[in-house]
Design a protein around this ligand. Structure first.
Ligand code: GUN
Length: 281
């Protein structure tokens, strides 16, 4: 058997086209503010792909770029202003922030109904109680990709490898909300291969290039690779793609799998925030 390769680029494009149609009916364009501090090379790529995709679907995206020596106060002042601007529907702060920043101070300053990355603690709590208005973009994109190959997730055994606040934890909550039985594995997990062998759905999000091996995969499992590590100038996922594709039923490539979905889901969250804010006027 060779796995069906889940084409994230295709599904992301489809989602952007749907959004473009919906946004063209809007009275005014939804607005997204992107705050970027410093000059991290990967962030430059992410920020520019967010801007480009926003423009494509008709979301007005304004970038606020601070130098790496900016202070927390500078950024907090901007967030307070954007919180109050009625036309601004979504605010994101590109991570990572420079070392002298307290990430929590900054993220928690964003008004909850504009937190389109869903990184605030209150958004995370709401997700675990299955009452969040939206979830973080990457795990939401992963769930969409899983649903392109599995119509009913009820009772499936899912394993999430990685417990970050941005991906692993919200991913586990989303899968639990779909009635999966969820295992969260991490760097201290004992006997990871045995746990992965039980899983119908494997989400690898630990940043360890090619960690997940063919022998770990239950034949017919759906495997989603969130990893992106640069190795010898190439982007490599957390899954040993070439071998795992011989046993999995479906598998995402790196690049071209989860990455494009993340950007599309951020735009969807911005549109949802726009609709909710309009309704509450
Ligand atoms: N850094 C890595 N991933 C993300 C993301 O999804 N959003 C933001 N704001 N920063 C990130």
């Amino acid at each position: 058997m060779t796995a069906h390769i889940i084409d994230g680029k295709f599904f992301a494009k489809q989602l952007r086209e749907e959004l473009k149609g919906k946004i063209s009916d809007c009275h005014a364009a939804p607005q997204l503010a992107v705050i970027w501090v410093g000059d991290n090379e990967a962030s430059a790529v992410y920020v520019s792909s967010k801007q480009k995709a926003a423009q494509e679907v008709g979301i007005a995206c304004e970038l606020f770029h601070f130098s790496a020596d900016a202070s927390e106060a500078d950024v907090l002042t901007l967030i307070e202003r954007l919180n109050m601007e009625r036309e601004v529907n979504g605010i994101i702060v590109q991570l990572p922030l420079p070392k002298h920043f307290h990430e929590r101070h900054i993220l928690e300053a964003i008004r909850t109904d504009k937190d389109v990355d869903a990184f605030k603690q209150v958004m995370s709590g709401a997700l675990w109680q299955n009452s969040a208005p939206w979830a973080s973009a990457t795990p939401q994109g992963v769930l969409k990709l899983i649903k392109t190959v599995l119509s009913d997730l009820t009772g499936k055994h899912a394993i999430v490898i990685g417990r970050s606040n941005i991906v692993g934890k919200p991913m586990a909550a989303l899968l639990l909300n779909e009635d999966c039985t969820v295992t969260i594995a991490h760097s201290k997990t004992v006997d990871l291969p045995t746990l992965v062998q039980k899983a119908d759905i494997v989400v690898a999000a630990c940043g360890q290039p090619r960690l997940v091996k063919k022998e770990w995969i239950k034949p017919g499992a759906v495997v989603i690779d969130v990893g992106i590590t640069k190795v010898d100038g190439r982007l490599v996922g957390d899954v040993d793609f070439e071998n795992v594709k011989e046993v999995a039923a479906a598998l995402t490539p790196v690049p071209g799998g989860v990455g494009p979905m993340t950007v599309a889901m951020l735009l969807q969250n911005t549109y949802t925030a726009y609709l909710k804010q309009k309704d509450s006027l």
